[in-house]
Design a protein around this ligand. Structure first.
Ligand SMILES: *[C@@H]1O[C@H](CO)[C@@H](O)[C@H](O)[C@H]1NC(C)=O
Ligand SMILES: *[C@@H]1O[C@H](CO)[C@@H](O)[C@H](O)[C@H]1NC(C)=O
Ligand SMILES: *[C@@H]1O[C@H](CO)[C@@H](O)[C@H](O)[C@H]1NC(C)=O
Ligand SMILES: *[C@@H]1O[C@H](CO)[C@@H](O)[C@H](O)[C@H]1NC(C)=O
Ligand SMILES: *[C@@H]1O[C@H](CO)[C@@H](O)[C@H](O)[C@H]1NC(C)=O
Ligand SMILES: *[C@@H]1O[C@H](CO)[C@@H](O)[C@H](O)[C@H]1NC(C)=O
Ligand SMILES: *[C@@H]1O[C@H](CO)[C@@H](O)[C@H](O)[C@H]1NC(C)=O
Ligand SMILES: *[C@@H]1O[C@H](CO)[C@@H](O)[C@H](O)[C@H]1NC(C)=O
Ligand SMILES: *[C@@H]1O[C@H](CO)[C@@H](O)[C@H](O)[C@H]1NC(C)=O
Ligand SMILES: *[C@@H]1O[C@H](CO)[C@@H](O)[C@H](O)[C@H]1NC(C)=O
Ligand SMILES: *[C@@H]1O[C@H](CO)[C@@H](O)[C@H](O)[C@H]1NC(C)=O
Length: 422
């Protein structure tokens, strides 16, 4: 009421002061009256916005509940009812002050259903975790409108569809995007680079096709990029070498071709690189000549990489623990300098065209610990260790060398489905 009184007062005051001017310029008078009315309406809106939004949050969540067709543990049925505030519902987190919903986490409840567009009305939502359920259908476009979102966790559902070309239009605050293990298809939008705050991206185990957009090299805060298990083709963009904070790059199980850009080996933070099961060609000789690298695991298995291993292969890889070079076309002698990768625990050189002996220096690698189930191996008499050292390098019988059958031998393959988002 005081706002109303003030408005009338102001309006009378203005009218007397500027009446002559206003008669000559009626549009200015109209404008001021319009503005005053606007102020008035706005003040009422501000007074009611909080309760309206809380009701909207409730409506949005009830809509999700309605779209769940199977809830085996009766989780939503038991916990989501209107007799208590949404902030007390299991899986919901609210802002302490505004009581708006900031997190929705129904991960791992084996819910079946679809995502309602009303969910996009949760305008304070920062964390959206629907992972490890059976949500199907496509992501409603209203979700891509949620500028408050910091993380999207849709891992392991049966969602499908294409990502919108302007994916980051409103999601500019997004830090984590986990879409692993769904049925998304189409191209990875190059505009993903407009989500400047992204630190983790996993689009793995979907049906994405086309090339890896070079613009991803602009997402400079990126620490994790996993695009494994899609149908991506073309070359690995050199621009990925701009991702100075990148720690994990997983591009395995795609159809990538051409040489590995040497910029990738220039990434000083990179500790985990997996490019296996692609059609990469060329050598790794020039690539490994850069600066000291943080690489701990390097998987290049199942490609068409060729040439000799450089004698200085270990010079810049002081932390390397796992090296998989099997199923490629490498030739020449196995460099004795491999023994300088002192922390090597796993070394696989199988199914290549190496010739000559296994250098006895390999026996200096006392941490080598090969899973003999995975590959055939040869025994090297160690000059320092009391036990013989086993090195997987022999050519196993081709009929047992099928990538599908041997997938589980790949350490990532073993970790793969234990519930991570990568
Ligand atoms: C609604 O939730 C309350 C606890 O918050 C519970 O006591 C009550 O039984 C629930 N009602 C229904 C219909 O599930
Ligand atoms: C949440 O539940 C607690 C106890 O179950 C109750 O004291 C509190 O008032 C509830 N809060 C709201 C906002 O419903
Ligand atoms: C969601 O809840 C599960 C436990 O139920 C937890 O493991 C997971 O980290 C939560 N998700 C987020 C994004 O915090
Ligand atoms: C919520 O969203 C739906 C669809 O996105 C819309 O039709 C509806 O008007 C919204 N409801 C409220 C209360 O804002
Ligand atoms: C996905 O989640 C469901 C339900 O939790 C589970 O049964 C299934 O094994 C998971 N699938 C994958 C590929 O992780
Ligand atoms: C996205 O938000 C804008 C304005 O905030 C609104 O006009 C538009 O309808 C929304 N789109 C969807 C799909 O919710
Ligand atoms: C994003 O990357 C592209 C290609 O690498 C480049 O041309 C463009 O200038 C970059 N944009 C920004 C904003 O950094
Ligand atoms: C690599 O290329 C060959 C033929 O050039 C093809 O048979 C094979 O499936 C390809 N492998 C991958 C992983 O792209
Ligand atoms: C590696 O990084 C250095 C310094 O950041 C740069 O000068 C060089 O061109 C990079 N090399 C490659 C192959 O990207
Ligand atoms: C190696 O790193 C140093 C400092 O970290 C940098 O100045 C130099 O350009 C790098 N050289 C190469 C070849 O990457
Ligand atoms: C590795 O072993 C060889 C003998 O096989 C030995 O001469 C050499 O000094 C060892 N190198 C290191 C770095 O321990």
């Amino acid at each position: 009421m005081s706002v109303l009184a003030l408005s009338i007062q102001l309006s009378t005051h203005l009218q007397s002061k500027y009446s002559s001017l206003m008669e000559r310029i009626p549009s200015a008078r109209m404008m001021i009256i319009f503005l005053l009315l606007h102020c008035l309406i706005l003040s009422f809106i501000i007074a009611s916005v909080n309760t309206t939004s809380i009701t909207t949050d409730e409506q949005a969540l009830l809509s999700l509940k309605d779209h769940v067709t199977d809830d085996p543990a009766n989780f939503l049925a038991r916990n989501w009812n209107t007799s208590s505030s949404v902030c007390n519902w299991t899986g919901i987190t609210c802002d302490a002050r505004t009581h708006r919903v900031t997190a929705l986490n129904v991960s791992g409840l084996t819910l079946t259903g679809t995502i309602p567009s009303e969910l996009g009305n949760l305008s304070s939502l920062q964390t959206l975790d629907l992972s490890f359920n059976w949500f199907s259908g496509s992501i409603p476009s209203s979700i891509f409108n949620m500028s408050s979102l910091l993380s999207i966790h849709f891992t392991n559902n049966t969602l499908f569809g294409e990502l919108p070309p302007n994916f980051c239009g409103h999601l500019s605050n997004l830090e984590s995007l986990f879409l692993k293990s769904n049925m998304f298809y189409g191209k990875i939008p190059s505009t993903l680079s407009s989500c400047k705050r992204l630190r983790e991206i996993s689009l793995s185990l979907n049906d994405f096709s086309g090339t890896i957009p070079k613009e991803i090299g602009n997402v400079t805060k990126l620490m994790t990029l996993s695009l494994r298990g899609n149908k991506l083709q073309g070359e690995i963009p050199e621009e990925l070498g701009n991702l100075a904070e990148l720690e994990m790059l997983w591009l395995q199980n795609n159809f990538l071709t051409r040489a590995i850009p040497s910029s990738i080996f220039n990434l000083s933070s990179l500790s985990n690189l997996d490019l296996s099961v692609n059609n990469l060609t060329g050598g790794i000789i020039p690539s490994l000549l850069g600066n000291q690298s943080s690489l701990q695991t390097l998987y290049l298995s199942y490609n068409q990489l060729s040439g000799e291993l450089p004698a200085n292969i270990c010079n810049n890889l002081p932390f390397l623990e796992i090296l998989f070079l099997d199923e490629n076309d490498f030739d020449g002698k196995i460099p004795s300098t491999l023994s300088r990768c002192k922390h090597l625990q796993t070394l696989s050189l199988s199914i290549n065209d190496f010739s000559g002996d296994v250098p006895k220096e390999i026996g200096n690698l006392t941490k080598l610990n090969y899973h003999s189930e995975c590959l055939t191996w040869t025994t090297v008499r160690s000059p320092v260790a009391t036990k013989p050292i086993q090195v997987g390098f022999d050519k196993p019988a081709k009929e047992n060398g099928d990538a599908g059958q041997r997938k589980w031998c790949h350490p990532n393959g073993e970790k793969e489905e234990v519930g991570n988002n990568i």
